[in-house]
Design a protein around this ligand. Structure first.
Ligand SMILES: Cc1cc2nc3c(=O)[nH]c(=O)nc-3n(C[C@H](O)[C@H](O)[C@H](O)COP(=O)(O)OP(=O)(O)OC[C@H]3O[C@@H](n4cnc5c(N)ncnc54)[C@H](O)[C@@H]3O)c2cc1C
Length: 452
């Protein structure tokens, strides 16, 4: 097989790889992109898009039930087939846009698993190609916990969850991180009886304890059963139901079993040992501040580079790497990270928590506004949550925020934008917000620093 020379090779059609390949293609470069699965990567096919379409239905049902507090009593009937059909339709529409986009920009897509045969040379399917620039955008896959019998049972992960045409009557979710909580709450709201088994003492244990506590309250309010400090030891499937045995001997039974216990990088099949690319102990590709690996000309972006696993991180990597490759180096680590868990209420973050700011050496302090003190939340009966701001005492600059509340992800981004601009809590305090909006909580929150 003759080795072909091209200008750029991209491995994986994830959130950063597709726009990077398209940009090079538009610029007249010869680009080969390898993809072994569906075009669009995790987000479009198995992550953000289907999960948020799923939650759109789930939260409509959840809000209808909670409307009883407003004096509205709904008889909620769920058409699970219609819900799951719509999820796949939405996913299909987004997926369908990718191939034409790549074709239009002249990118050659090779539908095969790629592996290095040498430095900056890859083989995939019937093709062997070499390029001065290779970008690894191979993402992650679900991690499988060491549960006896797991390999022999038809469990679900985020890769198969959205292929279901209906939902199990009883669903056991292993993992109380954001994927487990979003899909667990979603399934409960859509008619499954959900039990979430989580190894730590609280849900989402990397978040602040009071944020975890609100997640706990809201899930229980929906009827989700929580097993914390719980370890699934063994699982069996009798043809109809799963039987999960926990370390304390409790046995759980359900027609569905979802594994949501973290992610592993897709690097094992890349034959990286044929390059100088270094990986960490978990297999994530190690990159420098410009996303360059230990091997010149090979870059990695998105999840596989061991970064916060979000679509907007991978996409922003594309912008920064494009700039670097065009001769204007941009760092990967000077962005303000924001993210949201799309449960109801949402848990939304930007920048640093108080503990992170203090660990980074700031003389930081935080103030917290309970949502009962936001008129909109009280009027709409959506008071479960809080808005917290972290500032630097020296100068008052905003360092971060945690917002837990209805559509909190929308609002926390305004704080993220403020951090990018170097805003202080006094400027936020001066902002005249519209009454009565959730945004009115922003100056009210800032005002707490005046009174503190
Ligand atoms: C259930 C769920 C919900 C999520 N919700 C959100 C959300 O709401 N917001 C958010 O920001 N993020 C969300 N995420 C995370 C988000 O999906 C990922 O961070 C994002 O997709 C990462 O993009 P990426 O470019 O790193 O790689 P990916 O999108 O994972 O793409 C990697 C691609 O590489 C391909 N590949 C791997 N190895 C090879 C190989 N050897 N040869 C050829 N191709 C290969 C894979 O098939 C895959 O298509 C969610 C994830 C999950 C699982």
């Amino acid at each position: 097989m003759a080795v072909e020379d091209v200008d750029l090779i991209v491995i994986g059609s994830g959130q950063g790889g597709v726009p990077l390949a398209a940009a090079f293609g538009h610029a007249g470069k010869r680009v080969v992109l390898f993809e072994r699965d569906r075009l669009g990567g995790t987000c479009v096919n198995y992550g953000c898009t289907p999960s948020k379409a799923f939650l759109a239905a789930a939260h409509a049902a959840g809000r209808a039930r909670l409307a009883a507090g407003l004096g509205i009593h709904c008889d909620v009937r769920i058409d699970q087939r219609a819900v799951m059909d719509r999820v796949r339709t939405v996913r299909g529409e987004w997926n369908a846009g990718i191939a034409p986009k790549l074709a239009k920009s002249g990118v050659e897509v090779v539908r095969a698993s790629a592996a290095f045969t040498g430095e900056r040379t890859l083989r995939g399917g019937e093709r062997e190609v070499r390029a001065p620039i290779v970008v690894i955008d191979t993402g992650t896959s679900p991690a499988l916990p060491p549960i006896d019998g797991l390999a022999n049972v038809p469990y679900l992960t985020n890769k198969t969850f959205f292929d279901q045409t209906t939902l199990p009557e009883q669903l056991i979710v292993i993992g109380g991180g954001y994927i487990g909580l979003e899909l667990g709450q979603g399934a409960q709201r859509l008619g499954s009886a959900v039990t979430i088994v989580h190894a730590a003492g609280r849900l989402m244990e990397r978040e602040e304890p009071d944020a975890s506590a609100i997640m706990h309250t809201s899930l229980e309010r929906d009827g989700v059963r929580l097993r914390l400090n719980a370890h699934a030891r063994a699982v069996e499937h009798d043809g109809a139901a799963f039987h999960v045995t926990l370390a304390d001997g409790e046995r759980l039974e359900g027609e569905g079993l979802l594994i949501a216990t973290g992610r592993v990088p897709n690097t094992a099949d890349l034959d990286l040992e044929r390059t100088g690319v270094a990986v960490d102990a978990r297999g994530f590709v190690q990159v420098d501040e410009h996303l360059q690996t230990a091997c010149p000309g090979i870059y990695a972006l998105g999840d596989v580079a061991g970064q916060p696993a979000f679509t907007h991180v991978s996409w922003e990597d594309f912008r920064r790497l494009s700039s670097t490759l065009a001769g204007t180096p941009r760092r990967r680590d000077d962005r303000v990270l924001s993210y949201t868990t799309f449960t109801e209420p949402q848990l939304a973050r930007t920048g640093m928590t108080l503990a992170e700011a203090q660990a980074a050496g700031f003389d930081a302090r935080a103030e917290t506004l309970p949502l009962e003190r936001v008129a909109r939340a009280a009027e709409w009966d959506l008071e479960l949550g809080f808005y917290r701001l972290v500032v630097d005492n020296a100068g008052g600059k905003i360092l971060g925020a945690t917002f837990v509340g209805y559509e909190a992800g929308e609002l926390v981004q305004i704080v993220g934008f403020g951090i990018e601009l170097g805003a202080t809590w006094r400027q936020l305090d001066d902002f005249v917000a519209i009454h009565p909006t959730f945004g009115e909580g922003l100056p009210s929150l800032a005002r707490l620093f005046e009174n503190a």
